[in-house]
Write a protein that binds this ligand. Structure first.
Ligand code: AMP
Length: 412
């Protein structure tokens, strides 16, 4: 099935062609006709499935041409980075039209945003907080909004934005089309759906519960006091091109980045306490190879389209099982091979089991050869006969400077 059969406008099809997209992804195949026909849509697709184009292409097709009455499409995103990324995509798709796009987020001055809003724009991509500021200051009205997209709704809930989102939705006309994307649908999102949407159709394509097959993932159990040493040793032994290290807290991310810098790694940091400029520089530098290591928190890194990451390291085990999929989804993209390492301490056991249940897979436990391990109760999990006291049928495989206990003993 090609894009041209989906009913998109000619100008938008040209934009798609210029992007080099050969054929629609499954979520695009399902969502584009529904949105074009005016249906409200709930999508449980994740980033990397092409979900931005799935909602942006039909909406832009419907907007047709610039009209200075005020934004007719509003896309809400949980983070500034996602807002910036989605705005770039929208601009790209609309490049052969005269449609105007404005991005609105905090941490930067109001000047450019005010100018663009005043001049009249067709699509606003925004984070909730700054959008509310504009509404209060009267620099933006939403009474002409025909298309509303609530992207990464579960993440907006996690970040405490739901009351802001409600306020914003209340300012939009009732007669509008709404699309909502969320990896999970907890009760609060269900309530939002009931309240904000009209007979929505649900599309579950892309609700991936299994990690990409191109990713090899393993767990390194270690005692709490040796986490950082193990990380440093891993980075030394692994021939990485680019690695993202996920930490639970902003403070933890800063601390790890500091330690890695001392060890002469080219490191940048991404979390919500950094200034907008620092965040942009970090992403830009990581994308263009200036930095080989990006240390990030989940919230900052969620949904970012960062291609070609050779390794993902979970310095802290993710608290929500679906975050595991999101995190390791940064590597092994587009059939490229990737490795995902998770450092685990005794307190993480319950979270690791939750992840393994969620993905219906046991993640192999691995031990670094010649690393001076101190005792941890995790090493007692062993079944008799398993190599070096690790569970399961794993075989020890020699890798540069260490062993991986990979199922089937495939050489890495
Ligand atoms: P998203 O899930 O929207 O973050 O998109 C992930 C990546 O896939 C982005 O780099 C898009 O440019 C790309 N993409 C989206 N749709 C297609 C398509 N139909 N064919 C090829 N790449 C696509």
């Amino acid at each position: 099935m090609s894009f041209s059969a989906l009913g998109l406008s000619e100008k938008i099809l040209e934009g798609v062609k210029a992007m080099g997209y050969a054929e629609p992804t499954p979520i695009q195949l399902r969502a584009i006709p529904l949105i074009l026909s005016g249906k409200d849509v709930i999508g449980s697709a994740q980033t990397g499935t092409g979900k931005t184009a799935a909602f942006a292409l039909p909406i832009l097709s419907k907007l047709v041409a610039h009209n200075a009455v005020g934004p007719r499409a509003l896309i809400l995103e949980p983070t500034r980075e996602l807002a910036a990324q989605v705005e770039t995509s929208v601009r790209d798709y609309a490049r052969f039209t005269d449609l105007k796009t404005t991005v609105v987020f905090g941490g930067v001055g109001y000047g450019k945003q005010n100018d663009e809003l005043k001049a009249g724009t067709d699509t606003v991509v925004a984070t909730p907080g700054r959008l509310l500021d504009h509404l209060q200051q009267g620099t933006l009205r939403l009474d002409k909004v025909e298309y509303l997209v609530l992207d990464e709704a579960d993440r907006m809930l996690d970040m405490g934005f739901l009351p802001d989102v409600r306020h914003i939705v209340e300012k939009c006309p009732r007669a509008r089309h709404t699309a909502l994307f969320s990896a999970t649908v907890p009760p609060q999102i269900e309530t939002l759906i009931q309240w904000a949407m009209h007979s929505p159709e649900t599309i579950e394509i892309g609700a991936r519960r299994t990690p990409a097959e191109t990713v090899k993932h393993v767990i390194y159990p270690v005692s709490d006091s040796q986490k950082t040493d193990l990380l440093l040793e891993l980075l030394k032994r692994v021939n990485y091109d680019s690695v993202i290290i996920f930490c639970r807290t902003k403070h933890g991310a800063d601390r790890i980045a500091h330690t890695l810098k001392r060890e002469n790694h080219a490191v940048c940091v991404l979390h919500s306490n950094r200034t907008q400029r620092e965040r942009e520089q970090a992403l830009e530098g990581f994308r263009n190879g200036k930095f080989e290591v990006l240390v990030a928190t989940d919230i900052a890194a969620r949904g970012l389209d960062i291609a070609d990451v050779s390794h993902v390291v979970n310095y802290d085990v993710p608290q929500h099982p679906e975050d595991y999929i999101h995190r390791i989804g940064r590597t092994g993209r587009a059939e490229a091979k990737g490795d995902a390492f998770t450092i685990m301490i005794a307190e993480d056991a319950a979270h690791v089991f939750a992840i393994e249940r969620f993905i219906s897979q046991k993640i192999p436990r691995v031990k670094l050869e010649n690393f001076d391990y101190r005792y941890t109760a995790l090493f007692e999990e062993a079944k008799p006969g398993a190599p070096q006291g690790f569970p399961g049928k794993a075989k020890a495989v020699r890798v540069r400077g260490g062993y991986h206990f990979a199922p089937g003993g495939r050489r890495r």
